[in-house]
Design a protein around this ligand. Structure first.
Ligand code: BMA
Length: 364
């Protein structure tokens, strides 16, 4: 027995030494790994439905406790809630859409406690010009923040602010809450300073590596990373052109909106075919990280357009954008009396759509 104990002790010491020498520490908490594995299984049941800024504000209201336009329509919260970190980098107390970071933190904790998933996008300011994410007047922004660039230190400071916020997302018991982080999105278009025509493939990938390494340095272990181009790619090779690699990315996504119905259907089918293939090749879960039809001027959009297409693909989630309270007609989810509200209830009742209250488990 004594010998046995000695052998076990020696084994433990050598395992510790190995971890120490190789610098290999697990880079994700166990709940975060569970989230990743569960996301891969979700398509066997259906897909999670998500909504951006869902519990914060909606049409005609802001900050009402427990309120959500989705819940007001169908009686259940969406399974996924997303929020944006834009302006956290400059130390402001509220984000670019005037949502206080403390409010976001509170909603994230509540949503985790009800078993839901949380995603964070980031529309940071332009670190070179001081403009916003959409300031594409200068094509040297990415170069300026990479190692050796004149804004590198400023930018690593910005990443540190993101790290500090994500590290602060914990339950009362101290469990870090898993987050799907989705920076540098829609890079296949050229409307953000990190977009296609604003930097080279090498620079875009370096931006991802820098992001990942800096968050690792800050010990952020409750993150899954999403790669989410726009709908510009014509094939898998184009979709993966700026892919930063399997070591960094955990989920593959696509952002795609409806303007004209037949074009949306065509583009959505094309994009989801590409996405499914890329997900299979890289063994990653896939999702529609942003979609919607602004102001939903189609009374049967949910079951007449969206559902029949998305249910054919192995998607983990489908998320619609925000119901702005400050910008007229800028909404993507129904609210009571909105013309697509009844159809949304049919969508909710489809066995394929998963909301809070439906049977799924993300963290065990
Ligand atoms: C865009 C619009 C903007 C908003 C931004 C970040 O699509 O909704 O009004 O500021 O997302 O949430």
């Amino acid at each position: 027995m004594k010998n046995m104990n000695r052998i076990i002790t020696l084994l433990l010491i050598s395992a510790g030494l190995f971890a120490c020498c190789t610098g290999k520490q697990p880079d994700k908490t166990k709940e975060t790994i569970h989230l990743l594995n569960n996301l891969k299984q979700i398509p066997t049941k259906g897909f999670l439905f998500g909504h951006h800024d869902d519990p914060v504000y909606g049409i005609g209201w802001e900050g009402d406790p427990g309120r959500s336009d989705i819940k007001s329509v169908c009686g259940a919260y969406p399974a996924v809630m997303s929020f944006d970190l834009g302006h956290i980098e400059t130390g402001e107390h509220q984000n670019l859409d005037k949502v206080p970071f403390q409010t976001i933190r509170t909603h994230i904790i509540e949503h985790y406690q009800r078993g839901g998933m949380i995603s964070l996008s980031w529309h940071p300011r332009n670190p070179l010009t001081g403009g916003d994410s959409w300031d594409v007047t200068d094509t040297t922004v990415v170069a300026s923040i990479l190692p050796g660039g004149k804004n590198h230190d400023l930018f690593t400071g910005w990443l540190d602010s993101v790290a500090t916020f994500i590290n602060s997302l914990k339950t009362a018991g101290g469990t870090p809450i898993p987050i799907l982080f989705r920076p540098w999105h829609e890079h296949t278009g050229s409307w953000f300073w990190w977009g296609q025509k604003l930097c080279s493939t090498r620079q875009y990938k370096e931006l991802w590596h820098l992001t990942y390494q800096q968050l690792q340095k800050k010990q952020v272990k409750n993150i899954l990373y999403a790669y989410s181009p726009g709908m510009e790619s014509g094939n898998v090779a184009e979709y993966l052109e700026r892919y930063p690699g399997d070591q960094i990315i955990d989920l593959l996504g696509i952002d795609i909106y409806q303007y004209e119905r037949s074009e949306y259907i065509r583009e959505l089918e094309k994009s989801l075919t590409i996405l499914s293939e890329a997900g299979r090749m890289h063994d990653k879960p896939i999702a529609i990280t942003e979609t919607g039809f602004e102001a939903i001027p189609d009374s049967c959009w949910w079951t007449g357009t969206l559902l029949p297409i998305v249910e054919k693909y192995p998607l983990s989630y489908v998320l619609v954008w925000r119901n702005a309270r400050e910008k007229e007609n800028h909404y993507y989810a129904p609210y009571p009396e909105q013309i697509s509200a009844n159809d949304f209830i049919r969508f909710y009742h489809s066995p394929k759509t998963l909301f809070i209250g439906d049977k799924f488990e993300l963290y065990k």
